[in-house]
Design a protein around this ligand. Structure first.
Ligand SMILES: Nc1ncnc2c1ncn2[C@@H]1O[C@H](COP(=O)(O)OP(=O)(O)OP(=O)(O)O)[C@@H](O)[C@H]1O
Ligand SMILES: [Mg+2]
Length: 179
């Protein structure tokens, strides 16, 4: 029997696995519901390090994408946030609409990044972690680019980091997604 924490790790690793490039299966996804689900999923992993989530989910936004790819982005970035924090605290997750984009901001109060580190973020296999593969953000950037979104990062050493992800909103007047 796996403990809840071990079970969570298995699921996290599954989402982070590069071995499963996703094709097709684009769906209209209620963003806030998905964020709620992912923070529930990561709760035991976070609580184990005395970290909690604070969700500030404003507008009811929908995006049109592969749900597994959305999970891959959010799990990666939220997990990085948790791993960056050596002290108890909160990861803040905020959503709101910005013109035609859904804006998702994930903020930690962790170790932060230097200017040099920021500049090479997303480079494949760049990792400062003992057991990191350095693949997480590379996957995030490539998925976001595929959907014509973008990721901005703001960080201050020893203060924390904020990842802002922009993904195009699903507009109802758009033709329905191709099945
Ligand atoms: N929120 C963050 N705060 C501080 N440093 C970060 C943060 N997110 C990423 N980093 C830095 O960027 C590096 C690359 O992140 P990435 O997710 O690509 O790989 P990883 O987390 O090291 O390994 P993996 O995701 O494959 O387990 C990390 O090793 C870490 O040094
Ligand atoms: Mg990572």
């Amino acid at each position: 029997m796996l403990t809840e924490l071990e079970y969570t790790q298995v699921i996290i690793n599954d989402y982070l696995s590069l071995a499963k490039p996703q094709t097709g299966n684009v769906q209209v996804i209620p963003l806030n519901d998905e964020i709620q689900k992912i923070s529930d999923l990561l709760t035991s992993f976070a609580n184990n390090r005395n970290i909690g989530f604070r969700l500030d989910l404003r507008d009811d936004l929908h995006i049109n994408m592969n749900p597994i790819e959305l999970k891959q982005i959010l799990v990666n970035i939220m997990k990085n946030g948790i791993e960056s924090m050596n002290n108890p605290g909160f990861i803040k997750v905020e959503t709101e609409q910005e013109r035609t984009m859904a804006k998702i901001r994930i903020t930690d109060t962790g170790v932060g990044l230097s200017k040099e580190q920021l500049a090479i973020l997303g480079t494949p296999f760049y990792s400062l972690k003992e057991r990191g593969t350095g693949i997480g953000l590379t996957v995030c950037y490539s998925i976001v680019q595929k959907y014509k979104g973008k990721i901005n990062v703001q960080s201050e050493l020893n203060k924390g980091t904020s990842f802002t992800i922009y993904l195009p909103l699903y507009m109802e007047q758009q033709s329905p997604p191709i099945q």
